[in-house]
Design a protein around this ligand. Structure first.
Ligand SMILES: N[C@@H](CCC(=O)N[C@@H](CS)C(=O)NCC(=O)O)C(=O)O
Length: 148
C-alpha cells in the first residue's frame, strides 16, 4: 500500500463521506475502499475502535475517528486555519456536528419526526420533548454562521 486507504460503507453519507470529501478537496489520490454491510461484521473487531471510517497508510497501524482523520488531511495539505481563533471556530463546529450525529441525538430526531403529524406544540412542550437537545445543538451550529 503506497497511498492512503480509506475504508467506509458504500454510501455517500456521514463520517466516511466527510473524509472522502476532505481527501478529494486536498487532491489526494487515495484508495476508496467501500465496504458492503455484510462484510462489516467480520471487519469490525479488527478496527481500532469498532467503527468506520478507518484510514490506513503503509507501515503504520490503522487509524479511526473521523475528526482526527479530517485534522490529519487538513494539516498535511494546508486546509486548516493558521489563526488560533479560526481554528477554535473550526473545532467548535466539528464538536457541534458530532453532537448532532450521536446515536441518542438521532433517536431523539426520529421520535420528533414520528410525532410531527400532531398539532404544533407550545414552547413549554417543545422544551420538554426528547429531541430538544438535538435542536439546541443544531442552533449552536447555526450560531457559528453555518447551517448544519
Ligand atoms: N466518533 C466516530 C464514530 C464512528 C461511527 O459511529 N461510525 C459508524 C458509521 S457513521 C459505524 O462504524 N457504524 C457501525 C458500527 O458501529 O458497528 C467517528 O467520528 O469516526
Amino acid at each position: 500500500m503506497t497511498k492512503l486507504k480509506l475504508t467506509y460503507f458504500d454510501a455517500p453519507t456521514s463520517r466516511g463521506e466527510e473524509c472522502r470529501l476532505a481527501l478529494f478537496v486536498a487532491g489526494i489520490d487515495f484508495e476508496d475502499h467501500r465496504l458492503a454491510r455484510a462484510e462489516w461484521t467480520a471487519l469490525k473487531p479488527t478496527t481500532p475502535f469498532g467503527s468506520l471510517p478507518v484510514l490506513e497508510l503503509a507501515g503504520k497501524p490503522p487509524v479511526s475517528q473521523s475528526n482526527a482523520i479530517l485534522a490529519y488531511v487538513g494539516r498535511q495539505h494546508g486546509l486548516l486555519p493558521t489563526d488560533a481563533w479560526e481554528a477554535l471556530r473550526l473545532e467548535s463546529l466539528l464538536s457541534a456536528c458530532e453532537t448532532c450525529v450521536t446515536p441518542s441525538a438521532k433517536r431523539s430526531a426520529s421520535k420528533i419526526r414520528k410525532s410531527s403529524s400532531s398539532a404544533a406544540p407550545s414552547s413549554s412542550k417543545v422544551r420538554s420533548r426528547p429531541g430538544h437537545a438535538t435542536w439546541k445543538s443544531r442552533s449552536r451550529v447555526r450560531s457559528l454562521g453555518v447551517r448544519p
